[in-house]
Design a protein around this ligand. Structure first.
Ligand code: 13P
Ligand code: SF4
Length: 366
């Protein structure tokens, strides 16, 4: 039975302990009708409620497999969009705070990508014959739809080199957006020389590149980055290695090229967690990814004598994901328990259909 929507302002000043108990009570009422998916960067006071956790690839698979009526996504906007696209039509995806976006995803828009496509056409001819558009999963649904429509594909941090292989099997060039760092590192893993990758600045005419440069480039890297991972620097690794010559370094591929090159391992959030957990006891790690993940991992492996150290000297958190707090989670779950759907993420059907083409190409190829 449906009642009037409960407004968020009644939760805004709720004490954390009260929010926690109200989350538990609403979940008990909803039972298996709701599943809570949580990204590894989620803050601890929300993460503790997760039914399932993972990196972007794992979470998109889990969303597709779930049978729950409501998928409550404790992550960021693009992740909830993917859950909506890949789940069954009758399932409902919810993002507890609509302001939980991804600043990197916002660095590419459909209008700018379409302009880029037109500018490329003027230089190299029909881009649909020559260029595979590849969007990182950290992007809006309309960009995934663009890739679906133009023979392109989606990638995540755990499958990007494999997706590039697929892309080059289709066409001779790749336009990679929005993260230049993931694109560059993945191209490097495929042995593509750095001078065959050019940065496309969407705010400049022709990306700020000469026609010759565009023709020569095998990968055009969109000038986008993650504000969290850009804080990690080569000097952090040099200092760590001087102090701990036997220490090991692991980074997320959204970090810059030097950081990736100097790391012993590079991979997705799930890969980082698995690698550190599988490592021998008493090993010492420097980890280049978001602080919530690193702090949780450090606690989990401490009993085995492993030391996990955060790469940057300053605090680097995904502040947008952090907007999903216990108050917003309690608010949306209580509404669901009362029969009210709040903060539904619903991708328009035509866009969802095309985005699904690009996502399914990725799921098949990885
Ligand atoms: P993962 O796919 O590795 O979880 O990365 C997502 C992300 O946004 C990292 O910043
Ligand atoms: Fe986006 Fe960076 Fe946050 Fe990942 S850490 S969700 S890329 S802003």
């Amino acid at each position: 039975m449906q009642s009037a929507v409960i407004q968020f302002d009644r939760f805004n000043t709720l004490a954390d302990t009260d929010a926690q108990s109200r989350i538990a009570a609403a979940r008990a009422k909803l039972g298996k009708r709701v599943v809570l998916l949580c990204h590894h960067y989620q803050r601890a006071d929300v993460y503790r409620h997760a039914d399932l956790t993972g990196d972007s690839l794992k979470l998109s698979r889990l969303a597709a497999q779930s049978d729950a009526e409501y998928i409550v996504f404790c992550g960021v906007h693009f992740m909830a969009e993917v859950a909506d696209i890949l789940s069954k039509p009758e399932q409902i995806a919810i993002l507890p705070d609509l302001a939980a976006g991804c600043s990197m995803a916002d660095m590419a828009s459909l209008a700018k990508v379409e302009r880029c496509w037109r500018e490329l056409e003027a230089v190299v001819g029909d881009p649909d014959k020559l260029i595979t558009p590849v969007t990182y999963i950290n992007s809006a649904a309309d960009l995934k739809a663009f890739c679906g429509e133009h023979g392109g594909i989606v990638c995540t941090s755990s499958n990007a080199p494999k997706i590039l292989e697929w892309s080059f099997a289709q066409r001779e060039k790749v336009l990679f957006f929005p993260d230049q760092h993931l694109g560059r590192w993945s191209g490097h893993k495929m042995d593509i020389p750095l001078d065959e990758m050019a940065v496309w600045d969407p705010d400049l005419e022709n990306g700020g590149l000469s026609a010759e440069h565009i023709r020569r480039a095998r990968i055009l890297l969109w000038k986008g980055h993650c504000s969290v991972h850009q804080m990690f620097q080569a000097e952090h690794i040099h200092r760590f290695r001087l102090k701990y010559p036997d220490g090991l370094v692991i980074s997320h591929p959204e970090s810059n090229f030097d950081v990736c090159r100097l790391s012993d391992h590079v991979g997705s959030t799930e890969f980082i967690i698995k690698t550190v957990k599988a490592a021998p006891a008493n090993t010492h790690w420097l980890v280049g990814t978001e602080l919530n993940l690193v702090s949780r991992l450090a606690e989990e492996v401490k009993p085995e004598g492993k030391v996990v150290q955060f790469m940057a000297p300053m605090v680097c958190m995904c502040s947008t994901m952090g907007r999903i707090d216990p108050q917003h989670l309690a608010w949306c779950l209580e509404n669901l328990a009362e029969g009210n759907i709040v903060n539904r993420i619903s991708v328009p059907p035509h866009e969802a259909e095309l985005a699904k083409v690009a996502l399914n190409r990725m799921l098949d190829a990885s």
